[in-house]
Design a protein around this ligand. Structure first.
Ligand SMILES: [Zn+2]
Length: 176
């Protein structure tokens, strides 16, 4: 363990995005863990968190994104279709009006009463007013548009949106 000086505890606990060797997001660790991985020669700094932490003898750039130098082979994730996963995919944003809110509903783009499926490509996050005005109608009937096409999330680590809100610099490393 790197002997960090007192008072830097908060800094070394900030979240760091860990990219696999192929630049795909893999997980999130603490800055402390990221610095240890870099000191061990297992990872490189990709994005600086805009600060420095120092141990007794050396200073380190405070990492925000690191990349592993060896490819870790991961099993493909079977992502469950849940409300939370749909909201997370949509960045907790209504896909009709763009409002970011916790008060979301799941909307079937093609209503189930019209044969719409309960699947990733037919489910979006909608705020309550948008869901209400759309009702059981089709997009054409209510003249509403989707902000983006709903897709199946990729079968690997999806950064939880509550991290992204505070780490906008991570966005450019997300393939989705
Ligand atoms: Zn809305």
């Amino acid at each position: 363990m790197v002997p960090f000086q007192m008072g830097q505890e908060a800094m070394v606990n900030i979240p760091v995005l860990v990219l696999n060797q192929n630049y795909l997001p893999m997980n999130i660790c603490t800055a402390r863990r990221a610095i240890v991985l870099m000191l061990q020669g297992k990872a490189e700094l990709v994005e600086n968190g805009g600060g420095e932490v120092s141990s007794v003898s050396v200073s380190f750039a405070l990492p925000s994104v690191i990349r592993l130098l060896h490819l870790i082979r991961l099993p493909r994730l079977q992502r469950k279709l849940t409300r939370f996963e749909v909201f997370n995919r949509d960045h907790f944003t209504c896909q009709y009006c763009g409002l970011e809110t916790r008060a979301l509903t799941l909307d079937h783009v093609v209503p189930r009463s019209r044969g719409g499926q309960h699947c990733w490509e037919n489910l979006v996050s909608a705020c309550i007013p948008c869901n209400h005005s759309k009702g059981e109608k089709t997009l054409a009937q209510v003249k509403m548009k989707l902000l983006r096409k709903p897709l199946i999330p990729p079968p690997f680590f999806l950064v939880p949106y509550y991290y992204l809100r505070n780490q906008p610099v991570w966005l450019k490393f997300l393939p989705f």
